[in-house]
Design a protein around this ligand. Sequence first.
Ligand SMILES: Cc1cc2nc3c(=O)[nH]c(=O)nc-3n(C[C@H](O)[C@H](O)[C@H](O)COP(=O)(O)OP(=O)(O)OC[C@H]3O[C@@H](n4cnc5c(N)ncnc54)[C@H](O)[C@@H]3O)c2cc1C
Length: 384
Amino acid sequence: MAQRSDIVVIGGGIIGLAIARQLCQSGSAVTVLEQHRTGRGASWAAAGMLAPHCEFDEPDPYFILCRAGLERYAGFVESLREETGRPIDYNATGMIYPALSGGEQARLETRYERHLRNGVSVEKLTVREARRLEPDLSNRIRMALRYPDDHQVENRDVVAALAQSVRLNGGVIREGVTARKIVLDGNRVAGVDTTDGLWNTPTVVNAMGCRARYLEGIPAAHRIPIRPVRGQILALRTGAATPFKHTIYTGGAYLVPRSDGRLIIGATVEEAGFRDEVTLGGVMQLFRSALELAPGLKSWPLDSTWSGLRPVARDGWPVLGAMGTPGLYAASGHGRNGILLAPLTGDLIAEAILHDRVPPIMRPFLPDRFYAARTGETNDEHDS
Ligand SMILES: Cc1cc2nc3c(=O)[nH]c(=O)nc-3n(C[C@H](O)[C@H](O)[C@H](O)COP(=O)(O)OP(=O)(O)OC[C@H]3O[C@@H](n4cnc5c(N)ncnc54)[C@H](O)[C@@H]3O)c2cc1C
């Protein structure tokens, strides 16, 4: 017999769960369908940096979205802690972005001026100042920027708390259920066909991460052009004597200290299709970059390695909001910033579904930006 839900969210990653939580708290009956286990995709693999200032040079709409995401984060974590009683490792020490070459130094000097003009909180550090804050930084660095407002969170804690919150608020999470296709009534959503039968529902959110384009049953032109971009990570076991208090960020690698005594070293950016493997080349690249930043790391024991697939849209921006098929919403393509953007995405998609409103900050990210420019081709082709 068919099951029923006001809203079905496909995908139990951080994005799907954040949306489900927001909708449940507004009183909707929500079901999350997750083909494997919740939060074991990209949301598990991430490094948890909340770093719009380190990540972006220019104040474009994506940067503005990410900054709004950051402003929301500390309150979001606090409310999740209170609601669920779960610990969430949140580190607000800030980030240090060192330059290792003359070219990088020139780039950071320009970035410093630009960020100051745009009202970003940033400090320029001499080598001595940087190494006073973080003595394990290489003495080969030339200068550094410090971003006190860029934070980091243990994403796995957030996902576990979100899943608990969804359940506490009356939501249903069904693991091991794969959504196969959207069922239409005329041109609008009437349900979802799954490996566990049919769900009748007028509203579906596609939060399938890097698999978002593979939702069948809708016109090919309405598919979201998203591809997987692999990221490999390794972790050292430094124990309580963690060498860093700040997250250290560069274009080549970043070092993220966790309070459980691991130092996360990430991440590669690779076009490898759906192969979420750890490779020798990936690990070597990470070791090399990390040792350039902090040569002393070579004596710490290796804890673990893993990899994950970031969902990346054709133009690199998230895809958020109502799709061409009435009743269907997209929430994917968060690329390198899905942990950062999860709480805000929950707010925005709930606003779109419950009040049929497109908040101005969401407008540049609507799925129809991919429909407009097309002349008959579909979104089925694979991006290079
Ligand atoms: C190595 C790495 C480092 C990263 N570091 C950061 C960082 O520091 N900061 C940051 O903000 N972001 C970071 N990210 C990005 C972030 O992890 C992602 O943007 C975010 O996790 C995407 O969340 P999601 O819920 O869309 O995807 P996912 O977590 O992948 O969840 C999608 C879910 O949908 C499920 N699904 C797919 N198809 C179906 C189907 N047909 N039926 C049912 N379920 C389905 C999948 O099983 C999966 O669980 C990183 C990513 C990687 C890989």
